[in-house]
Structure formats: structure tokens, C-alpha cells
Design a protein around this ligand. Structure first.
Ligand SMILES: *Cc1c(COP(=O)(O)O)cnc(C)c1O
Length: 353
């Protein structure tokens, strides 16, 4: 089969399981609460004749809502099919150098997949033993920098002084800050945009806005950067967002009150869960996200993961260097977390025998 030698072969990203049936699903950092109420109302009254036409190629309904919310110009906003799509477009657009792009060794495991797919050379820089980013490691010559902040799956947040240090050392390359979890108590680098034309901030509706199923992500940066991103997008697929998605997304952005209330609820549940996990003998770095990346002092992560699954409780586990003793546990509702804790208690008692 000669054609196979011409195939662009990739080792794909492996998403978390989406089991059907009734389970407690704490494995993909989804939001346990529904989207803003206005989203449901809009959906119920949706005029389907709209779907006859192509959607807005410039996605202005959603772009304008985001620009108003974040107090930037619409020409500074790019939207895509989840932040995965936005990140992929950003890699394709901005990382076109022979020099390696840099990102941590423990981070969102899609970054190395995109780099491989687009043939971008990359270097994975080790986090320190506390899973912190060592900013001085990002001062070597490079083709770009990608930082998830707070980081995933560690949950660790680096203050803006650290981000600033990396931006200062890399004025000649694009630095992407992936803020998928920023709304759960961290601080956004958006405030640095007026000072840094090498900064691109990427966020998503999948976690804090309870809309993982609708697929919306966005980037905010300088007008020049967004123009370059759009040039690549229009060279690939002009109609990335459905007409329905644009309407529902804009509606969700407009309801800031609901957004803040659900984020607060999750933060409160997370802080309670931290206390309970520590009592059970788990250790973890402080999390500013909607998950906790925890290691048990005596029982193996793989054992706990498997036993939880038998009880229809799904968390995330990676059998990978440095993190094979950790579980990433999404913060669900208070009830879900209570059930988790009850089951963990039993499993740990079994495991310690
Ligand atoms: C969840 C996540 C994303 C992607 O989310 P989308 O659903 O594609 O918007 C991107 N980066 C990180 C670090 C994530 O955890």
C-alpha cells in the first residue's frame, strides 16, 4: 500500500470518556450547572428558517457581545469551534518558525499534538516539583510560547508578574495564554493587552459558561494579530460557527449575573472539597480551577480511579511520567462531591488493607 507512505500520520489527542447512562461525571471539567436561562428561552423560540442561509462569516453577533463584555474592540476578538479550534488556528497562524515553541512538560496534552500535526518544532519545559512554571526557562530563543494559566491538569495558577516576565523576555514571538479556567478565581492576562502586542489570550465557553456541547472558544489580542488569525481561518473554513451557536453564545455572554453566580457556587464547592480531600489523606497544589489534581499518600491513583469507575464515578487518570500518582477530579455539585467523598472513604479503607 504505497499511498500510506504519503499519509500525514499523527498520534491523536485522547479526550476524556463520555459515558452514557447515569454516572457521576467528574472527568472532563464540565460545569454541573445548566447554561444561562436565556439560552434555553432563545432555543425554545428559535426561528429555524434562519438555518436556510449560511451563518455570518465574521461571527459578529458573538464577537460584538464578547467585545462589549471584555471592553475591547470587535476587531480584537476571534471566535472558533471551542478553544481547541481557536488554539489550533493560533498554532497554525503564529508558529511558523524553525525555532522550537515552548510549553510545560505537564500541561494541556493537545499542545504537542497540534505542534506535531503542523510540523512545528517544540520543547517541553519541566515544571518544578511543585508543578510551578520556572519563568527563567522561557528566556531561551524560541518560536513562541504557550502557557495554560491556570495550568491543566495541575490546577496551578501563576500570577501576572510571572506572565509579564515571560512576555518581556519574548517580545519577538507570540505568547499564547490559554485561560480555559480563569473564571474560577484566577486573574486574567487580558489586562496586559494594552502593553503587549505579542500576547494572545484564549478562553472558552466550555467550563465557566456551561456550554461544552455548543463548542465556543475565543481569542482576544491586538487588531493585527486577530487579522492574521482571520486570514488563516478564511483560508480553511469561512463558516466555523453555526447561526444558532452565534445567537446562543451572545445570549450567554450577556447574562453576567448568572455567570458570576455559577462560578461562585463552584468555587465554594471546590474549597469544601479541598478540606475533605485533605482529611482523606490526599495532597495537592492549590487549585484555582474547577478541578483538583490530587495524589493520595498511600493508595495508588490507578486503584482509586478503577474502583471509582466500578461505582459509576468518573474522574481522569493518566498513566504518564510524573503524574501517574494523580487523579484529576472535576468539581461537581455539592451532592456529587458528597457522594464522591463517601465512596473515596470506602475505597481508601479497602486500599490501605
Ligand atoms: C478544556 C480546555 C480547552 C478546550 O476547551 P474547548 O472545549 O475546546 O473550548 C483548552 N485548553 C485547556 C487547558 C482546557 O482545559
Amino acid at each position: 500500500m504505497n499511498w500510506e507512505s504519503n499519509v500525514r500520520k499523527v498520534v491523536p489527542y485522547v479526550p476524556g470518556e463520555q459515558p452514557s447512562g447515569k454516572v457521576i461525571k467528574l472527568n472532563t471539567n464540565e460545569n454541573p450547572y445548566p447554561p444561562a436561562p436565556g439560552v434555553e428561552a432563545l432555543l425554545k423560540n428559535y426561528d429555524v428558517s434562519v438555518l436556510r442561509k449560511y451563518p455570518q462569516p465574521d461571527c459578529r453577533t458573538l464577537v460584538e457581545a464578547l467585545a462589549a463584555k471584555y471592553n475591547v474592540k470587535p476587531s480584537q476578538v476571534f471566535v472558533g469551534v471551542g478553544s481547541d479550534d481557536v488554539l489550533a488556528m493560533a498554532f497554525l497562524t503564529f508558529f511558523n518558525s524553525d525555532k522550537s515553541i515552548l510549553f510545560p512538560d505537564i500541561t494541556y496534552s493537545f499542545y504537542d499534538v497540534w505542534a506535531s500535526l503542523f510540523k512545528i518544532p517544540y520543547k517541553q519545559i519541566p515544571l518544578d516539583d511543585d508543578f510551578k512554571i520556572v519563568t527563567s526557562d522561557y528566556k531561551a530563543e524560541n518560536g513562541g510560547v504557550v502557557i495554560a494559566n491556570p495550568n491543566a491538569p495541575t490546577g496551578v495558577f501563576m500570577g501576572l508578574d510571572g506572565i509579564r516576565e515571560i512576555l518581556d523576555a519574548n517580545r519577538d514571538v507570540v505568547c499564547i495564554v490559554d485561560e480555559a479556567y480563569v473564571d474560577f478565581g484566577a486573574e486574567s492576562a487580558l489586562s496586559l493587552l494594552p502593553e503587549y502586542d505579542n500576547l494572545l489570550v484564549i478562553q472558552t465557553f466550555s467550563k465557566s459558561r456551561s456550554m461544552a456541547g455548543l463548542r465556543i472558544g475565543y481569542a482576544i489580542g491586538s487588531e493585527t494579530m486577530i487579522k492574521y488569525l482571520n486570514d488563516v481561518k478564511y483560508s480553511f473554513n469561512s463558516y466555523t460557527m453555526t447561526a444558532l451557536t452565534l445567537e446562543l453564545g451572545a445570549e450567554a455572554v450577556r447574562d453576567d449575573e448568572y455567570f458570576k453566580a455559577t462560578c461562585e457556587k463552584i468555587i465554594k464547592t471546590r474549597e469544601n472539597l479541598k478540606v475533605q480531600l485533605r482529611e482523606l489523606g490526599f495532597d495537592f497544589q492549590d487549585s484555582k480551577t474547577n478541578f483538583i489534581f490530587a495524589k493520595h499518600k498511600s493508595v495508588s491513583a490507578e486503584y482509586i480511579f478503577t474502583e471509582l469507575k466500578k461505582r459509576n464515578i468518573y474522574v481522569r487518570y493518566w498513566n504518564k511520567p510524573r503524574i501517574s500518582e494523580y487523579l484529576r477530579i472535576t468539581v461537581g455539585t455539592d451532592e456529587e462531591c458528597d457522594t464522591l467523598v463517601v465512596n473515596l472513604k470506602e475505597i481508601i479503607a479497602q486500599g490501605e488493607k
